[in-house]
Design a protein around this ligand. Sequence first.
Ligand SMILES: Nc1ncnc2c1ncn2[C@@H]1O[C@H](COP(=O)(O)OP(=O)(O)OP(=O)(O)O)[C@@H](O)[C@H]1O
Length: 299
Amino acid sequence: MMLIVDKVTKSIGTKKILQECSLNVQAGQICGLAGPNGAGKTTLLNCIAGVLTPEAGQIELDGKDLIHQPLNRKALFLISDDFDFHPFGTIRQMKEFFDIFYSLDEGELARHFNHFKLEEKNGIYSLSKGQKRQVLFSIALSLDLRLLMVDEVYDGLDWNVRRYLVRELTNRISDKSMALLLVSHSLKEIKGICDHCFLMKDQSIVAQEDLLENHLFRIQLVFREECKPDFKALEIIRTQQIGKCWNAIVRANEQTLRRVMAQLSPVLADVQPLSLEDYFSLMTDSSWKGEEEDDGEIF
Ligand SMILES: Nc1ncnc2c1ncn2[C@@H]1O[C@H](COP(=O)(O)OP(=O)(O)OP(=O)(O)O)[C@@H](O)[C@H]1O
């Protein structure tokens, strides 16, 4: 595992923002990080990047401690959604600022600046929000990184810039030397570029999904009488019982699913493939029970 975030806890003032938050990212992965407003996504990125120091937990990149060894952070870069460089500085000064800590590949940087028609002599104040992001992406793409994190990945960027960045970023990770962790509020955007997605809610990661191997289904079963169906052969993610009706979110092969459902012999059965949007909505809906919240008798 390349990035390991293990049980990270962070408070700001008296408020707990992250509570034993854990996630792992492998080299070559493009991971999305989604979740409701205020869930703690930005705080998590800031803890990984060293902008904030957690009070408990471990963060490692390639087995190297990121919390207490700042130099290990040279292998990562965070494009935050509110980066504010000295307003009277120029693009050149911004480049030189990052060059103090990182080693920029000047040729690569010039290629991106040319593409975006960015001139180093220009003042940061003269740039639009999207152009400021273009500068940061150009710098990030010119570094020798293991992990690039982007908060609000497409914020302020037009469709041509997005297409260019998707191409450049996927090229960069194709040799599996690097990974991406991208925060977005749009699951559509996440599905468009990511191969894995984490869902954050209430200060920690509550679900994750492989977007390439997505075999999620929502099943609805109605029985003659109230009962506790035997779902053992299926990987149950969530269940909800309303009288004689059982709803469940399962991860399964469709054939196995249909066989198990036939064995349960309900009066009525419905199977629907589950979209990521629906899955994450259900994971944030407290009327559904997770396996760990059950009394253990059913599964
Ligand atoms: N400096 C701070 N002082 C106090 N509380 C803070 C501070 N920064 C963040 N918080 C709180 O921490 C929680 C998580 O904030 P964070 O910005 O990490 O969430 P987020 O998931 O990125 O949200 P959004 O999707 O709205 O960008 C929020 O409840 C927020 O109010």
